[in-house]
Ligand binder design. Structure first.
Ligand code: GDP
Length: 197
């Protein structure tokens, strides 16, 4: 897919103010600092469209970006920021759960996982919560350029193994790097395929 246009549409703290669910949308989520903004900017090839390295956990916004005037990338707030208060975390959970469960135009969630790390409980739990609700998701492993390929492969294999203790089938896994555009074609081709159906 060629990206011809990418525009910021709206930031929201309220589900009621989201754009009308008339276009397919793809949500991106992961732990704070996982590289979500960088990955979104890399996909659309616009530096600074999604802001990178904002103070993690501070803003709890759902950001919509309209791509090629025909589908949305949805940037969801990061999870697992240790310093946010308990009430902040439960607000996050309610807001996001509501979006993920009720959004009829949501096609698929990209769950971002840091490829440098062994499986983290919080990521596994998040995947399980999507699985339990029947929400389709794909795993995008980030920052692949930061270590050699064998290390990334090893961490992905371990993540797969861990998921297989909870799921019969493991979702698709894509290794990515915002530095060298690894995984860009895979993700855009996947989205294109779903949009065509
Ligand atoms: P977010 O909080 O999940 O949106 O994470 P950011 O996109 O702001 O990235 C967090 C930090 O990781 C920033 O310093 C980025 O420059 C860095 N980063 C993100 N993705 C990559 C990547 O693919 N490769 C490298 N080397 N650094 C990355």
């Amino acid at each position: 897919m060629i990206i011809k246009s990418a525009e910021f549409t709206v930031s929201n703290t309220k589900i009621s103010k989201l754009p009308l669910p008339e276009l397919p949308e793809y949500a991106f989520i992961g732990r704070s600092n996982v590289g979500k903004s960088s990955l979104i900017n890399m996909l659309v090839d616009v530096k600074g469209l999604a802001k990178t390295s904002q103070k993690p956990g501070k803003t709890q916004l759902i950001n919509h970006f309209l791509i090629n005037k025909s589908w949305y990338i949805v940037d969801l707030p990061g999870y697992g920021y240790a310093k946010s208060s308990k009430s902040n975390r439960s607000d996050w959970a309610k807001f996001i759960r509501h979006y993920l469960e009720k959004r009829e135009s949501l096609q698929c969630v990209f769950v971002l996982i840091d490829s440098r790390l062994e499986p983290q409980k919080i990521d596994i739990e998040f995947c399980c919560s999507l699985g339990e609700r029947g929400i389709p998701f794909i795993l995008a492993f980030t920052k692949a350029d930061k270590q050699g390929a064998p290390k990334s492969q090893q961490n992905m294999a371990q993540f797969r193994k861990e998921l297989l203790t909870h799921f019969e089938e493991v979702p698709q896994m894509i290794l990515t790097s915002a530095e060298n555009q690894l995984g860009r074609d895979d993700i855009l081709t996947l989205i294109d395929g779903i949009n065509q159906n």
